[in-house]
Structures are given as structure tokens and as C-alpha cells.
Design a protein around this ligand. Structure first.
Ligand code: C2E
Ligand code: CA
Ligand code: CA
Length: 700
């Protein structure tokens, strides 16, 4: 059973009993015993610290204290103690159970001691303890591993006893809460790591759930040593022995990232203002409130910077961006905090004014905004002035959804803009009707080209000196299935805005060129007939314009010299690369004409540098020239044009008197109702046939 003698410690205050025990042991034949005898409680404690025993006998009666006390103290305080056999007297029978519970390996009644019994008890005790120790060692190892894992864990792990006091905390737990060592928290109540509000929540919700389900998982707000708080993800699990395991993770970073995502989703990166999504949210809240609360009203203002594109194009996008930021800042400073001021995108902003009782509350804000903008912005050394067009939509006009309200404000803003910018307009239902019509028009126009509803009319241009047709101006008409013939004034701006003007312009240039080619073949006069085609702003700014013109000319076999392109002063001034484009067209042989001359603001200096063949004096000058008004202007324009080597066409000639005056001024060409209205191609063909047959064509 054992190699070498078995080391026995006997704790016995009675020497006689010691002698008896010693003798009994010596009677055991198979085993050698090395017996150490101590007679007092303290000597026993001393002995187990200095020597390793294989088995310990403790007498129950040890003077003032009992062997049971000693047993408990040994088992409770020492990591490893040899198997303990309690020796009791006859009368100490009740002690048995207690002894076993306290950890005794066995108990023996002194009077009944016999060598074989003693031997068996010792052998079992040693064997039993060895087995226990092996198990305990394994369990210990496992615990060690677990403890190491817990210690190394990034998550905070703590054990709490049934009264909610910390009995174990790993490093992460301690650090997470700003403490230095587990000792700072051991024995403390969990409540030290939570704020009052959170403690209430734990007591009312979390802990009851925990006792019911055995576990709880969720988010909580932890409190650090310095009283700052942090968001934690927490998992609580009840343990069988009582108490619980608490695992926490600091989710500050994740929360921050989530918050950033939410913030980004609701804010504009450039100006830092909230964006459309946030406006819609606030708008919906305001709508809900106005429905609940009779006296609550609000207003939506739609703001659009005037001529922002010009600033962007001329000073560059960086300055454009700076302007948007500066604008946002300046406005924010003059608004109330409760108002929601957002950037919708581009140069569009919106403002939700809360607690607006009547219209004047809103218009006053619009006026204040406009007043704020009278001072220039200083951007990168540029002084930039800007104005803003504002549309106002009030709540309680019967439109009660956010999208509609914002759109109404947009419609009113659009009206403000077309009414001359730097203005504000309040939405009314008539605007809505107009807007719907416009939308309808836009829809119809999308189909017009495909359904071949677009048509060209031709208005003759006449050589004033001879009265002969020199050519035609192609003018666009829309044969609308319901509305009949629609004039360009009604749909050109829509076509421009939607970009539909590009495919339309492409189509009409091709149509006009091929019509002219047909007429040139039918009526081969000398010089050949010309065709004037108007170029829209958008059409002119197309990067492939020159190539497109070239292509159409070659497709229709038209000589470039017989095509005139008309552009307005505005179009030339707005396009930075217009000189290059004009020059390229001119080099191709195309003739260039400035349309509506006198209504725009072209600089005469600039005009000199441009390759222009013809100036078309605007109708407004011609219509009044017979009354003597504008005569000087017309004369000056004429002189200027001739001086620059350009020819002049007078638009809108309606009377004989106007024609007579133009003749005296040596104006080359005339166009107007006096000669002919714009007519369709059939009528124009008939006119040509009549004129060519009746009059021989002379050289001009
Ligand atoms: P515009 O280029 O100045 O065209 C001349 C306009 O004056 C035409 O109006 C014509 O019908 C009108 N007109 C001609 N003679 C007289 C007259 O004696 N008295 C009066 N009161 N008016 C006269 P229309 O056809 O309505 O075109 C209006 C404007 O629409 C044009 O002005 C032009 O800017 C634009 N437009 C017309 N067709 C086209 C086109 O094919 N492409 C582009 N981009 N614009 C076009
Ligand atoms: Ca024209
Ligand atoms: Ca014109």
C-alpha cells in the first residue's frame, strides 16, 4: 500500500491514549508507521506546516477546543491536508455526522479500536484522499485554465455572490471601470458600478428576468471610478452554487461608429447641416403636431441661391463650395435653434420654421435672410455677392404630407426665381395648378419627338434693297394632339430645363438642312437660298456641337455657307468657350448670326473679337422706329455692325413705313409679318415657286 513507513500525526491530549494508539499501530504487521505525537491544538497546526503526513488522527476532546474545530480549521485554511480520522469517545456519538460533513475521512470510537480496523481505516483514508486529490488536481488544473482564460479575456468577467457582491473580477473588468486592482472592488456591491437610474432598471427589470430565466443579455450603462459612464453589452448568468457570472463588453467604439453612421445619414458632409432625410423627419413630426394641436402652425421655406452656377463656373468649384459653407454659416447664425435648416443638395436649402402663427412670421424670416445677404462673402480673396430666391409653404393649407409641403415650397421658389430672383413667393393653389400643367407639358414633350408632333415653320428673310427672298428662318412648332399648335415660348424653357432641347435641336437642324437642300434643288437661284437655325443655350454648349453640325451638313449634302446659326448674346456670354466654338463653326463655312441684338448685354469690345456675320436687331427696336423712338439706337447699331463688317437683319418688320426707314438706313435684310408670317413647308414651297417664276433673281 505504501513505500516506506506511513507518517502518522496523532493529536491527543491524553498520554495514555497516545500509548494505546502507538501500541495498536505497532501491532499492524503489514505496515510500518512513523508516529508523531502532539498534545495541543496549536502544536497540531504547527506540525502540519512543517511535516508532510500521510494520515492524521485527531482526538475529539482537546482541552478547551474540540478536534472538530481543529479539523475545520485545517480543512478550511490549508490547500492540502492529509486524510483526517477523528477519534471519539463512547459518548460523542452525535459528532459522527458533523465530522464527516466537516471533511473527516473517517471517525473511530476509541474503545472499539482494533489493529485490523485501524489498519483498514488508515488504508481507506489514504486511498480515498489520493483519489480525491487526483480529482481535485484535475479540477484545479481546469480551474487554472479557466482562470487564465478569464484573466486574459478582453471581456470583463466577474463573479458575484448571492448578495450581489463581487467575489472575483478579471483584469479587463477592473480596467474597464478605471480601477487598479480587483481588490478595489472585491466585496463591494455591484451598485458601485452603476448610476441610480440604471440601478432602478436592474432591480425592476433585469434582476427579476435573471431569476426567472436564469440569464439576461442586453445593453446597460456602466459607471467608472471617475463617475463617467460608458455603454456596455452585458450577459448575466445565474450559477448553481448561488450568485452569478457577469460578462461585460465596452461598446463605446461601436456605439460611436453607429452614431457616426446615423449622423452621416442625416447630415450633409460639405456644410455639416442636416440633410433632406432629417428635414423630412422633422416635417413629419411638425405635421403630426399640427394635427393634434389646433394653434400650432409651421412654415417650410425652400431656398435656392441665385446664379450659383455662374459663380461655380467662373470662380471654380472650391470657391463655390466655400460659398455654400459660408452661406450655411451666416444663415444658421440668424435663425432660431428650434428651426430646422438643412441643405437639400447643390445650392438648394430648406428651412422648417416652427410655431408660425401667420404668414407674416414666415415672410419676416425670408426678409431677414435676404437682408443678411446684402453683405458680400469674402472667399479666397474674392468678394462674392449672392442673393437667394425663397418659396414659402405654410402648414394647414390642406396639404398634409411632408413631400407635398416641400414640393409646394419648391414651386413657390421657382416662381420667385422666374419673377426676377432675390425674391420670395408664398405658395398658393394656382401655382400648384400651373406646376401640374408644366409637369404635364414636360411629359407630353418627352413623347412629342417620338410621335412626330414637332414641326418646322419657315419665315422668309428678304433682301430689303430688292424685296427678294434670300432664305428662311426655321421656327419650331408643336402640333399638340389636344392643344393644337403650340408656340415655342410655351415649351422651349421646359425643353431647355429637361435637356430635351438637345435631341430636339439635333432633329430640327437635320430637318431644316434637308428642307433647304430640297428647295435649293427645286429653285436653283443665285445666290442660293439660306437657312437660319436657332441654337439654344444648351444646344450651343454641347461639347460635340461642331462635329454634329459637320455631320448633318454632310448627311444632307448642304454647303456650309448656306447655313446660318443664330445665337443670342446671352448664350455667347454664358459660355466660356464660345469664341473657340464660333471660330470652329466659322472655319467650317457656317455663317453666324447674333439674335435679338440689343436686348442682352454683350460688350461691344467682345463683339469685335467674335467671328460674327450678321446682327439681328431685336423686334422691340423695330416696332417703335416709325414713331421716331429708337431710331438713333437702330442707326447706331447699324453703323457699328457695318463698321465691324457685319450685315444687319431687322426683325419684326410689320409695316411699309418701317421698311422705308430701314431702306434709308441701308439695312441689308428684313424679316416680319410685312413680308410673311412663319408658314409650314408646303406654303413656303408655294411662296418660293410663285416668286421664282414671277421674278428673275438678281445678284445682290
Ligand atoms: P426668334 O429667334 O427671335 O424668332 C422670331 C420670332 O418672332 C418668331 O416667334 C416669329 O414668329 C416672330 N415674328 C416674326 N416676325 C414677326 C413680326 O413681324 N411681328 C411679331 N410680333 N413677331 C414676329 P416664334 O416662332 O414664336 O419663336 C419665338 C422664339 O422661340 C424665337 O425667337 C426663338 O428664340 C425661339 N425658337 C423658335 N424656334 C426655335 C428653334 O427651332 N430652336 C430654338 N433653339 N429656338 C427657337
Ligand atoms: Ca432667331
Ligand atoms: Ca430674334
Amino acid at each position: 500500500m505504501h513505500n516506506g513507513p506511513v507518517n502518522v500525526l496523532l493529536v491527543e491530549d491524553d498520554e495514555d491514549d497516545y500509548v494505546i494508539t502507538r501500541d495498536l499501530l505497532s501491532e499492524i504487521e503489514d505496515e510500518q508507521f512513523d508516529l508523531e505525537w502532539v498534545s495541543t491544538y496549536d502544536a497540531a497546526l504547527e506540525a502540519i506546516q512543517h511535516r508532510q503526513h500521510d494520515v492524521i488522527f485527531i482526538d475529539y476532546r482537546l482541552g478547551a477546543r474540540t478536534g472538530l474545530d481543529l479539523l475545520r480549521e485545517m480543512v478550511g485554511n490549508y490547500f492540502y491536508v492529509a486524510p483526517i480520522i477523528l477519534l471519539t469517545g463512547q459518548g460523542d456519538h452525535e459528532v459522527d455526522v458533523e465530522a464527516m460533513q466537516a471533511g473527516a475521512a473517517d471517525y473511530l470510537i476509541k474503545d472499539q479500536l482494533q489493529p485490523p480496523l485501524l489498519e483498514r481505516s488508515i488504508r481507506y483514508a489514504i486511498e480515498h484522499t489520493r483519489m480525491l486529490n487526483a480529482e481535485r488536481k484535475q479540477a484545479q488544473e481546469l480551474l487554472h485554465q479557466q482562470a487564465a482564460a478569464m484573466k486574459a479575456s478582453m471581456d470583463g468577467i466577474a463573479l458575484l455572490n448571492q448578495s450581489g457582491e463581487y467575489i472575483y473580477l478579471n483584469d479587463a473588468y477592473v480596467r474597464m471601470h478605471g480601477y487598479d486592482s480587483p481588490e478595489d472592488l472585491i466585496g463591494q456591491s455591484w451598485e458601485v458600478l452603476y448610476d441610480a437610474g440604471e440601478i432602478v432598471r436592474f432591480k425592476q427589470v433585469i434582476i427579476p428576468t435573471l431569476w426567472r430565466d436564469g440569464q439576461w443579455q442586453g445593453e446597460a450603462v456602466g459607471r467608472k471610478r471617475d463617475s463617467s459612464t460608458y455603454p456596455q453589452e452585458m450577459s448575466l448568468t445565474k450559477i448553481e452554487a448561488g450568485g452569478l457570472v457577469c460578462v461585460v463588453r465596452d461598446v463605446t467604439e461601436r456605439k460611436r461608429a453607429e452614431a457616426q453612421l446615423v449622423y452621416d445619414a442625416l447630415h450633409d458632409a460639405l456644410t455639416g447641416l442636416p440633410n433632406r432625410a432629417l428635414l423630412m423627419d422633422h416635417l413629419n413630426q411638425a405635421i403630426a403636431r399640427s394635427q393634434r394641436q389646433e394653434d400650432y402652425g409651421f412654415a417650410v421655406l425652400f431656398l435656392d441661391l441665385d446664379r450659383f452656377k455662374v459663380i461655380n463656373d467662373s470662380l471654380g468649384h472650391t470657391v463655390g463650395d466655400q460659398l455654400l459653407i459660408a452661406f450655411a454659416c451666416r444663415l444658421k447664425a440668424c435663425l432660431r435653434v428650434i428651426d430646422t435648416f438643412v441643405r437639400l443638395g447643390g445650392d438648394e436649402f430648406a428651412l422648417l420654421l416652427e410655431d408660425v402663427h401667420d404668414l407674416s412670421d414666415a415672410t419676416r424670416v425670408a426678409e431677414r435672410i435676404q437682408a443678411e445677404l446684402t453683405a458680400p462673402f469674402n472667399l479666397n480673396g474674392h468678394e462674392v455677392f449672392t442673393t437667394v430666391s425663397i418659396g414659402i409653404a405654410l402648414s394647414k393649407t390642406g396639404y398634409d404630407d411632408a413631400g407635398t409641403l416641400l414640393r409646394n415650397a419648391d414651386i413657390a421658389m421657382y416662381r420667385a426665381k422666374t419673377d426676377g430672383r432675390a425674391d420670395y413667393q408664398v405658395f398658393n393653389t394656382a401655382m400648384h395648378t400651373d406646376a401640374v400643367k408644366l409637369l404635364q407639358l414636360e411629359n407630353d414633350l418627352r413623347w412629342a419627338l417620338e410621335r412626330q408632333e414637332l414641326q418646322l415653320y419657315y419665315q422668309p428673310i428678304v433682301t430689303i434693297e430688292t424685296g427678294r427672298f434670300t432664305g428662311f428662318e426655321a421656327l419650331l412648332r408643336w402640333q399638340h394632339p389636344q392643344r393644337g399648335l403650340v408656340l415655342p415660348a410655351e415649351f422651349l424653357s421646359v425643353a431647355e430645363e429637361t435637356g430635351l432641347i438637345v435631341p430636339i435641336g439635333d432633329w430640327l437642324l437635320r430637318e431644316a438642312c434637308s428642307q433647304l437642300r430640297t428647295w435649293q434643288r427645286q429653285f436653283p437661284v443665285n445666290p442660293p437660298l439660306t437657312m437660319s437655325v436657332n441654337l439654344s443655350s444648351r444646344g450651343f454648349s454641347q461639347p460635340n456641337l461642331v462635329r454634329q453640325v459637320e455631320q448633318i451638313l454632310s448627311e444632307t449634302h448642304l454647303d456650309a455657307h448656306h447655313l446660318q446659326l443664330e445665337v443670342t448674346e446671352g448664350v455667347i456670354m454664358e459660355n466660356l468657350e464660345s469664341s473657340i466654338k464660333l471660330l470652329q463653326l466659322r472655319n467650317m463655312g457656317v455663317q453666324l448670326c447674333i439674335d435679338d441684338f440689343g436686348t442682352g448685354y454683350s460688350s461691344l469690345g467682345r463683339l469685335r473679337c467674335l467671328p460674327i456675320d450678321i446682327l439681328k436687331i431685336d423686334r422691340s427696336f423695330i416696332s417703335q422706329v416709325e414713331e421716331g423712338k429708337n431710331l438713333e439706337i437702330v442707326r447706331t447699331i447699324m453703323a457699328l455692325a457695318h463698321h465691324l463688317g457685319m450685315k444687319v437683319t431687322a426683325e419684326g418688320v410689320e409695316t411699309k413705313q418701317q421698311l422705308a426707314l430701314l431702306q434709308t438706313l441701308n439695312c441689308e435684310y428684313g424679316q416680319g409679318y410685312f413680308f410673311s408670317q412663319p408658314v409650314d413647308s408646303k406654303v413656303a414651297g408655294a411662296l418660293l415657286a410663285a416668286l421664282v417664276v414671277s421674278q428673275p433673281v438678281k445678284m445682290i
